[in-house]
Design a protein around this ligand. Structure first.
Ligand code: FE2
Length: 201
């Protein structure tokens, strides 16, 4: 028989990645400011983190760190996929995961997009792992595809990204994710944020 085959992969969950090419100009300052903030508020808050420290959530324009403010505002102003008619309300918090710490699986309610800036991520300090929203409903189907099809269509039950300093990952806030245990012997430092998308008239 003479058959043809074509596939259209619909309804993607887009994970965006921005790279700050001159991040080395900012890294040390950001690390220093994060420890300074931890010293001022050693207790921090507990959300998805198991161990470690997490700062309070504040709007980016109120952020005391001019460096962080510049990085996030500049990056999001140049975030090409979002229409010019849409403005963003951004709130974020800093994270320090010490060796042995991790973040349990969670999502970010009351937010449209969420993101993370990797500031200091030693080798083996914990990948971010996303779980498919179809984990249960489509397990058998996805598990039945060939490895080649899975790879070509990004059909996975879960998928991880290895953190890279100076990179920002932006993803839909509903997507469940976790941060693996920090198996390095140094702290893992990141800045997480939530974006509310506001449609102007
Ligand atoms: Fe998160």
């Amino acid at each position: 028989m003479d058959l043809s085959y074509k596939v259209t992969n619909l309804f993607p969950s887009s994970i965006h990645r921005l790279g700050i090419n001159n991040f080395n100009d900012y890294k040390n300052k950001l690390v220093e400011e994060t420890y300074q903030e931890k010293n001022e508020d050693p207790k921090g808050r507990k959300i998805s983190n198991r161990g470690g420290w997490q700062s309070d959530q504040i709007e980016i324009r109120q952020c005391k760190s001019e460096t962080l403010k510049k990085i996030i505002i500049d990056s999001l102003s140049n975030f090409e996929p979002i229409s010019e008619k849409v403005s963003m309300f951004v709130e974020g918090w800093k994270n320090i995961n010490e060796p042995g710490n991790f973040n349990v699986r969670h999502n970010h309610p009351r937010s449209d997009l969420s993101g993370v800036l990797w500031i200091k991520t030693p080798k083996n300090s914990g990948n971010i792992v996303f779980t498919s929203p179809d984990f249960f409903n489509r397990y058998q189907e996805i598990d039945s595809y060939t490895d080649e099809f899975k790879y070509n269509s990004n059909s996975y039950i879960s998928y991880y990204f290895i953190p890279k300093e100076g990179h920002i990952l932006i993803f839909p806030s509903f997507l469940e994710h976790e941060v693996e245990i920090n198996k390095s012997d140094e702290d893992r430092i990141s800045y997480s944020f939530n974006i509310k998308l506001i449609h102007e008239k």
